[in-house]
Design a protein around this ligand. Structure first.
Ligand SMILES: [Zn+2]
Length: 92
């Protein structure tokens, strides 16, 4: 299978990234957990959610619109992959 551009990371690859807590995926997508209604960055230090509970969003805003709350354990970041802004409400 031909590899696509970065912004269209396949689900399997995303799951792998979450399981391995790969920092290089931070900002490329966000992982939300259906069971807890929490959204995280891939390298989050909290417990790895079950695959069936994972929902992926390309933008944090999308996750928030869908009713997910940002994780407090990881410092969720928002914005372009190069220039990130830390979400204040996530740090509190
Ligand atoms: Zn998190």
């Amino acid at each position: 299978m031909r590899r696509r551009k970065e912004e269209t990371v396949e689900r399997e690859e995303k799951i792998k990234a979450v399981k391995n807590k790969e920092k290089r995926y931070d900002g490329q997508f966000f992982v939300a957990v259906k069971s807890t209604k929490i959204v995280c960055c891939p390298s989050c230090s909290s417990r790895t959610p079950l695959e069936k509970n994972m929902v992926f969003f390309d933008a944090l805003e999308e996750a928030l619109k869908n009713g997910y709350r940002p994780c407090k354990r990881c410092k969720l970041k928002i914005g372009g992959s190069k220039k990130w802004q830390t979400l204040l409400f996530c740090l509190k």
